[in-house]
Design a protein around this ligand. Sequence first.
Ligand code: NAG
Ligand code: NAG
Length: 815
Amino acid sequence: MSDRTMARQVLLLIWFLSLSSALGQVSYSIPEEMAKGSLVGNIAQDLGLDLKRLKSGKARIYTGDSAEYIELNKERGVLLIKERIDREALCGQTTPCALHFQIILENPMEFYSVNVEVIDINDNPPLFSKNKMVFEISELALSGARFVLERAVDADVGINGLQSYTLKPTDNFILKSHSRSGGNKNVEMVLQKQLDREKQDIIVLVLTAMDGGDPQMSGTIEIHITVLDANDNAPVCSQSVYKTSVIENSPKGMILSTVKASDADVGSNGLITYTLSNTADDAMKIVSIDETNGLLTVIGEIDFEKNKLFEIDVQATDQGGHSDTCKVIVDVIDANDNSPVINMMSKSSDISENAKLGTVTAIINVQDIDSGENGKVQCTVKDSLPFTLRSTSNNFFSLVTDGDLDRERESEYNITVTCADEGVPSLSSSVTLSLQISDVNDNAPVFDKSSYEASVQENNTPGLSIFTVRARDADFNQNARVSYILEDSSVNGVPVSSLVSVSADSGVIHAVRSFDYEQIKDFQFRVKAQDGGSPPLSSNVSVRIIIQDQNDNAPQVLYPVQSGASVVAEIVPRSADVGYLVTKVVAVDVDSGQNAWLSYKLQKATDRALFEVGLQNGEIRTVRQVTDKDAVKQRLTVVVEDNGQPSRSATVNVNVAVADSFPEVLSEFTDFTHDKEYNDNLTFYLVLALAVVSFLFIVSIIAILSVKCYRWRRERMYYKSGANLPVIPYYPPLYADVGGTGTLQHVYNYEVCRTTDSRKSDLKYVRPCSESIISLDTSGAQTLPHAQRDKLTNDDSFDQRERRKLSTQSEEEER
Ligand SMILES: *[C@@H]1O[C@H](CO)[C@@H](O)[C@H](O)[C@H]1NC(C)=O
Ligand SMILES: *[C@@H]1O[C@H](CO)[C@@H](O)[C@H](O)[C@H]1NC(C)=O
């Protein structure tokens, strides 16, 4: 109700009072909001009027302009609620709130004032104008910060009006209200405990306003607080230490691990970048990190042998500069990427072939820098080699012999030592060492043949090389240097060294002298081959030299004896038949074989038709009947020829007398003596020859006797002194003989060469030095000093025989 309406009512009341006298005044008090028809008061009774007066007086209510909330029931004489009364609409905040109206009666005119006080009931709750308040508060807001809240309004008055506020929950904020001028209260909330967006980013509070009515009524409003982020949180790594492992030599780009850090802040405050912070380390060269997602990748070479483990410090930083550091420990797993390395600590380049089993030839050190199985190394050599490896101590091996060595079978070994580790796959390396087997004199020289046989023509030139023996030695160098030595022995009592010599280094066998088949047909000796080792080894071989005959002797006629003086004749009787054996020419030849195969031929005859000579047997036979006309004196010349090449021959004269009686013969043969001139000469020669032959015969007898005597004495001496018969040297001391075997050292041969050169006149033949050992010329004269030669001629029985042979030769020449 407006003030104007109230003023009008007041004016109306005053008018009535001036028109008629006011008869009485009644007051009532009713609560607001009573139902229509509810009783306000018994007005008739209170005014002291009876019901008839009310009717007759046409009693009515006068409210002026104002609305009629109350009606008058004339029958009952009571006032009733005509319309619901809302105090707040009627009076607002004004108190007390009353309705003023008059009851007017006519006949007589009377009026009465009625006052109805409307009493407030709590029918309005406190109300907020909005249902929600929104705040944005930084989490960094300090406690004590104030935030003004909206106030509530309660239409009721008095106790039913707004009384108090509450705020829930009260975790962070408390409510503070203080009165303002005009009775209204200011409401604020004060930050009591700091906000944390990370705990709660939106806070909803409920502010409740309460009145004091009964029942109490309240109104609420939600307070929405959005907590604004501040960079108040550092990033946090999900683990402070990450552990991972990687195989060495992993390819670049391989992902190692991921570092994850979180930041409770949002937006840029929560944006994390990852960096490596151990700048000094090698790790920077090996690993890189993705700034945005913390992915660690390999960028360098991972070598177990350099780093078995590395630690990576990762820093996670947000935009605001807060950071956290975590560690990534990377274990490097070894891969078998290193071959064993073989070091030769010491080695010998050669070993003797008689080295004992287990002789150390090399010491090897093996290193494999890998670890575990990858670094365990085993070394081997080929089984077929006579060597083995022995592990002495950690990674040291010695190469020792475990088989027999023989330089002659295998003079050099290439020993390959292979060392392999136990990794998968295994790596290996090898080294080859070359070992020479040094020689030991364990092989004797071996002759090409088990025995030698050679032949030489008699009458050879002294110094002739007959043939060569050869021995080989399987050893090496000095141990294989073979020298040939003639073994001392004697042939028919003559030292073999006077027959042959052996060249020490070439093995050529030379004849020392001219051989005579008629004296010696063959002989045997031994040649020793000795190597130059220490001690030397030797072997020997038997050599047989066969002397071949030459036709050097003419046939000798034994019968008929040729004598110049006597006239011997064979008598053939005239009665002799055809084929009568006149005589037989007997001849011998000291040569042998064909050279001694004689044939007989008739060379001259008085009557060729009468006689023939048996070609083979030398029998002279008649070929026809002897007649009287045949001469008594017949002379035949028979030639005896041997079969040698060229052949040699002898002639013999045979006198034949063809007669019946001896006187006839005699008379005839006196004619023979008539050839005086011829016969005298012949007789002289025959006598001379006979004298010479007799002299030589006596000399021979003496010589033979003296030889026999010498031999006898020598045997006596031999038996006395045992086997050690002193060897009588037959050449100058200059030619020092090795063991008296007739073999000359090379140097001495050279000396001989020079010596003979300086006396060219004595030299009968010139040969290479090695062949000119001791020379004898055909006449038996040696190129030796006279003293030596004298001794030789005296002592050497062979030479005596030689001389005897010479004398018989000259005898024959004389003949
Ligand atoms: C050993 O090696 C050397 C050089 O490689 C070679 O000349 C020689 O023939 C080899 N010897 C053997 C017995 O294999
Ligand atoms: C010659 O060799 C044989 C074995 O072949 C040996 O029995 C003998 O003693 C050797 N003779 C000499 C003189 O060395």
